[in-house]
Write a protein that binds this ligand. Structure first.
Ligand SMILES: [Zn+2]
Length: 490
């Protein structure tokens, strides 16, 4: 038997589509808007940070293997909202202090926001910061959803977007890229054969990769991929230089803080405001830090023999200082075109086999009547829960253009290599990737990383897309960036 390859057969292959799109993207150069050479249109911006700290405690907290509850508030949680308007297109971006937010909750928030603001849902981007010290609105691993908080949250996000829109005023925008290598390191390591952690209730056997191998582990050979040290910023201010908002993007997982806390994301938001002299401004300046491509990166540097000293405050300050260095060189545009595209993609889910489900059900009898307490118990339950899910999933991707800045929004925990590839292929001057945007569809390991196994590839509700999802999403994402970069509204 032989296969007859037609041109369209090749185009359907995600790797080939990716190469073609990358070539198109590199050769498609968007027209830069020179400062002072802008159309006679008014660009407007408005921002608002709405408090989303739960009104009642305790709450369930996700992000760990086992379920936790929080009884106190270390620092408040916010949904940090920004509305931009170029005179033709109006769009909203909201970054929420939460670990993982499912698409259904965000779709509800967007529908409410559309009702109150007129901004169509497909021009609203909402992402989670991925703080691991916030109320759970998504059941994953050993933690259930805090249903009461999850019911309350969509209305608050929508209200934040409405209040940001209410603050719209004439504004100018600029963007820049700084670097901070100190706080982002690949956390997955290739291990000597037979030394990586394994999981009898995952779809991986003979794992070669391990997350967080510890300092000085002689079985750890090397990191499995690159991390992205960019600190990308969008600055929004009035024409006389009063800061309105600054959206930052950095690719470390989180820093760690006592629950409830917005982690380093809130520290960044406060300190960048202080550094740029935004204190006491009315309406209040809104600093925002979004999560880049941190699926395989965190603040630890396991290539060193000893743990360095850091916490969420030092990480937030460090990254704010790197952002401030880049901020000093920003060239502002009194007007910049806005474009936004949304695309839905249907992907397969890695379903467990009947045999795997039977084995997991048998094991679950040994801890019936209580929550799972360790990796094995958690992943056995995940196997059973996964078997009850639909075998395909529709996911939502978005791309935004603000002048020569591109934003790629992906509903997954994206690896550094994927983010760097999207940035390299983007036709826009500067591109930031926002992870966990418009849903939470789990870790997005590239196919070659699936081969290595390890925690972020193990099948669970928080890691369940097909092994070829990454090249498909990457190709679609670059296609959307090409669309927004080449859109002609003249
Ligand atoms: Zn995480």
């Amino acid at each position: 038997m032989y296969y007859h390859f037609t041109c369209s057969t090749y185009l359907k292959h995600p790797m080939i589509r990716w190469v073609i799109l990358a070539v198109i993207a590199i050769t498609c150069i968007s027209t830069p808007i020179a400062p002072g050479n802008e159309p006679d249109k008014v660009f407007r911006a408005g921002a608002y940070a709405i408090d989303i700290t739960p009104l009642e405690l305790p709450v369930l907290v996700n992000g760990g293997v086992r379920e936790r509850t929080a009884n106190e508030v270390h620092d408040p949680l916010h949904a940090r909202c920004l509305v931009l308007d170029d005179g033709t297109v109006q769009l909203a971006i909201a970054v929420v202090d939460s670990c993982l937010i499912p698409r259904s909750l965000l779709d509800e928030a967007k529908a409410l926001a559309q009702k109150n603001t007129g901004i169509p849902t497909e021009r609203i981007l909402i992402s989670a910061t991925h703080t691991h010290s916030a109320p759970s609105v998504f059941a994953c691993l050993g933690t259930d959803c805090d249903e009461k908080y999850a019911r309350w949250l969509p209305g608050k996000i929508a209200e934040g977007i409405r209040l940001a829109q209410k603050n719209l005023e004439a504004a100018r925008v600029g963007w820049a890229v700084g670097r901070n290598e100190t706080n982002v390191h690949c956390r997955r390591f290739l291990m000597k054969p037979g030394t990586a952690l394994t999981n009898p209730y995952s779809d991986k056997r003979q794992d070669r990769a391990q997350m967080n191998p510890g300092h000085g582990n002689t079985n750890a050979i090397r990191q499995t991929g690159p991390s992205d040290p960019a600190v990308t910023i969008l600055s929004v201010q009035t024409h006389d230089g009063r800061p309105l908002a600054l959206l930052g993007n950095y690719s470390t997982h989180y820093a760690g803080a006592p629950a409830l806390s917005a982690d380093y994301f809130a520290v960044f938001a406060r300190i960048i405001g202080e550094l740029i002299g935004a204190e006491g401004e009315k309406p209040t300046f809104v600093g925002i830090m979004s999560n880049g491509t941190s699926g395989d990166a965190n603040c630890y540097d396991f290539t060193r023999a000893k743990r360095r000293t850091y916490d969420h405050v030092s990480v937030g300050r460090d990254i704010a200082e790197s952002a401030f260095e880049a901020y000093k060189a920003i060239e502002y545009h009194n007007w910049a075109p806005l474009e936004m595209r949304e695309q839905k993609l249907v992907l397969n889910i890695r379903m467990p086999t009947a045999e795997e489900v039977t084995k997991a059900r048998e094991f679950m009898k040994t801890y019936a009547g209580r929550k799972p307490q360790n990796w094995q118990e958690v992943y056995a339950r995940e196997t059973v829960l996964m078997s009850e899910m639909p075998p395909t999933r529709e996911i939502k991707l978005q791309a935004i253009r603000i002048g020569d800045l591109g934003i790629a929004a992906i509903p997954c925990e994206v690896y550094g290599s994927t983010g760097l590839a999207i940035k390299a292929a983007s036709p826009l001057d500067v591109t930031m990737n926002i992870s966990l945007a418009n849903g939470c569809e789990g870790y997005l390991a590239p196919p070659e990383q699936h081969k290595l196994g390890g925690y972020t590839t193990w099948r669970a509700r928080s890691s369940c897309l097909e092994e070829m999802a990454e090249p498909k999403i990457k190709a679609a994402m670059v296609g959307l960036l090409v669309d927004v970069a080449s859109a002609d509204r003249s």
